[in-house]
Design a protein around this ligand. Structure first.
Ligand code: GLY
Ligand code: MN
Ligand code: MN
Length: 435
């Protein structure tokens, strides 16, 4: 993606914060153990407004009559660069990433208070980490001490998320293009995983096939810990141990997506480990699939975010009643939320730089927001049946979720993850076909 896109995002932000300055810190490097770090992943807000790839960097986006953008980053250091790799340094950062000014991060405590003193409001994400918040506070405190000398302190500390999230939740054409590619890679990985599944393998071996495909196809990271859950493990929603043996006759639920240029895909498929759905598995699978397809049809501009969820829920509840999983009428099951024993999460979330991406779900009047062109959301109904005296035994241990990534288009929607097979006949002919 081009730096121009980032520069126009900064301009758009400047027009929205009028008398303010926005401050964004990049993520910190995180220790894994001893002196080893996790692979560095930039903060999504910082990335959205800068594309600058290094840790220990902070950007200031200044509005007012002289709008400009300033970056602080690590200075060049030939000796350290020999050990740890290339650093842009302020001059090249300014040049390559389109900033108006750039300084060494070592100067930030000297320069930042002077920048802040020019503005009435300081905008920063409310969920910025504690260290970043304290650092901003320390700059304000420096100014406070000089109040009698005429130095200003901000009148308002404002949550930047409201403005930035409204921008991020509507994707540009180039973002949609990358998200399509991210979904294509993940869809291909799910297809290969189906082909390479057979009883007796371990869940982590299938996880390995998926990660291998991500990387072979150009996505260097998963967008979240892959869930590869055989049998009843699928009833643990955030299962990620991935260390059980795959059992003949069980289902396998895989929830895995990759990150491409920091954009997430998020796909779930569920299929029989031996390649043949049992009749009980088929019954629940058909129910979840019907609810998912009906839900996707409700993804269109002007519909509320909640509409696809309500649609999926109604179909699932009707099925739960018909199959004897829930007792009572559809209305009662809905009213008393009895369906939650089997479907305990929501159908959708926004998708983008974060897998559970930013963006409001309700407006100021607590109404579900309306879908608009450029939104991307998941559609992921499921049904999870733990053994219990009150449920028919044939369904015990079945956990099914089917999840697609869906873009809201002008007229309706486009399923970005369409290439991941989900029809029963496709699945049955694919599973185990590698061997
Ligand atoms: N993989 C996380 C989710 O589906 O929401
Ligand atoms: Mn999801
Ligand atoms: Mn998922």
């Amino acid at each position: 993606m081009s730096t121009d896109q980032c520069i126009s995002r900064r301009k758009a932000l400047q027009s929205k914060i009028i008398d303010g300055v926005a401050i964004l810190f990049n993520a910190k490097e995180v220790t894994r153990n001893s002196d080893c770090h996790f692979k560095f992943r930039p903060d999504s807000y910082f990335h959205y407004f800068s594309y600058f790839p290094e840790p220990e960097a902070v950007i200031f986006i200044l509005a007012g009559d002289k709008p400009r953008s300033i970056i602080f980053c690590r200075p060049k250091n030939p000796e350290l660069e020999t050990w740890e790799g290339f650093r842009f340094g302020p001059d090249e950062a300014k040049e390559q990433y389109g900033f108006d000014e750039a300084y060494s991060i070592e100067k930030i405590n000297e320069i930042a208070p002077k920048i802040i003193a020019q503005f009435k409001s300081v905008y920063t994400p409310a969920d910025a980490d504690q260290n970043s918040q304290s650092q901003i506070q320390s700059w304000i405190n420096i100014n406070k001490k000089q109040k009698r000398a005429g130095v200003r302190t901000p009148e308002m500390m404002v949550n930047l998320s409201h403005i930035a999230d409204a921008m991020r939740v509507v994707k540009s054409e180039s973002e949609l293009d990358v998200m399509q590619k991210s979904a294509n890679i993940a869809a291909k990985a799910h297809t290969i995983a189906m082909q390479k599944t057979k009883p007796g393998l371990y869940e982590y071996q299938i996880e390995g096939e998926i990660l291998n495909q991500f990387m072979q196809l150009g996505a260097k990271e998963p967008s979240y810990q892959s869930i590869v859950a055989g049998g009843i493990n699928a009833c643990t929603l955030h299962y990620s141990a991935n260390n059980s043996k795959l059992v003949d006759g069980d289902l396998l639920l895989i929830d895995a997506g990759c990150e491409l240029e920091f954009y997430a895909s998020d796909i779930t498929r569920t299929y029989p480990i031996n390649g043949r759905f049992s009749s009980a598995q088929k019954t629940i699978y058909e129910l979840v699939l019907a609810s998912q397809k009906a839900s996707i049809l409700e993804v269109k501009p002007g519909n509320s975010f909640n509409k696809p969820h309500e649609t999926a829920l109604n179909i699932l509840i009707q099925g739960m009643v018909d199959l004897g999983l829930c007792k009572g009428s559809v209305d009662e099951v809905l009213e008393k939320k009895l369906y939650r024993d089997f479907f305990m999460h929501r159908t959708s979330h926004w998708l983008g730089l974060d897998v559970h991406d930013v963006g409001n779900y309700v407006d100021n009047n607590e109404n579900s927001v309306l879908l608009e062109k450029g939104n991307v959301l998941t559609i992921e109904p499921g049904c999870y049946i733990k053994p219990s005296e009150t449920t028919p035994k044939e369904f015990w241990g079945i956990g099914i979720r089917i999840e697609d990534d869906v873009e809201v288009t002008n007229q309706g929607n486009k399923v970005l993850s369409i290439e991941a097979p989900k029809e029963i006949n496709e699945i049955e002919s694919l599973v185990g076909s590698f061997f």
